[in-house]
Design a protein around this ligand. Sequence first.
Ligand code: DHB
Ligand code: MG
Length: 229
Amino acid sequence: MLWQSGGMSDVRDNGREAYAAATFVTLPAWWDSVRAAGEALRPGIQLGAYEAGLVAWLLRLRGVTRVLEVGGFVGASALAMVHAVPGATVVTLERDAKAAALAAQHFAAHGQGRVTLLEGDALAVLASPGLQAEAPFDALFIDAEKRQYPDYLEAALPLLKPGALILADNTLLFGAMAGEEPRARVSAEAKAAMTQFHAMLADRARFDAVLLPTEEGLTVAILRESALR
Ligand code: DHB
Ligand code: MG
C-alpha cells in the first residue's frame, strides 16, 4: 500500500518518513506540482519527499556534482537533486516517451540548465557515444526496471569515477527481499536480479555498500578507488 500523510509530497512517505521530511527536507512548491504530474501518469513509483531529501543529502555528503540517473520518469528526482545539491548537474535516462516529454517540460521550467535528458532504453543509451562523452560521473542513481539492476550497474561502471557514489531505489522489492508479503506482485526474475545486484555490491574488494531499510529500500555503495586501478 501507499502511505498518505499530509502534504502532496509526502504521498509515498510512511509516518516516520513524513515526520523526517517535515522536519528537515525543504523542497519548493513547484516540486510538488512536478511530482503530481508524475502521479497522474503512473501513481506510486516516484521518490517521496523524504527519499528525495535523503538522496540529495548523500550527494552533498560525498561532494557529488555530476550525476547519472537511470530512470528519470517525469523529472522529480533529478530536479530535487538540482535544487538541493549546489552545482550538481544531472544526466537522466528515460525510456517512456510520455514521461520523457513531461520531464523535458519540467526541466525547461525548473532545471536551471543543469539537467540533460536522454530518451531511450537505458542499456542502449549507456553504451552510446553520446553518453560516453558526458562521462565521467561521480554518482549513479538507479530507479528503473527492477529486473535490470545488475545490467545497469555493469553498463554504468565504466562511466564512473573512482570513489563514485552508487544509489539504488526499491532494493527491498516492496519487502519481498526480506521475506515480507509485498504490496504488489514481485516476479521471481526481479528477486533473482536484486539478489545478484546485492551480491555484486557486497564484493568488498570493489564496493563499500549498505542497505538503508527505508520503506522502499535504498542501497548505497561507494565504488572503491582501488577497484578501477
Ligand atoms: C515501481 C517502480 C519504482 O521505481 C518505485 O519506486 C515503486 C514502484 C513499480 O514499477 O511498480
Ligand atoms: Mg523507485
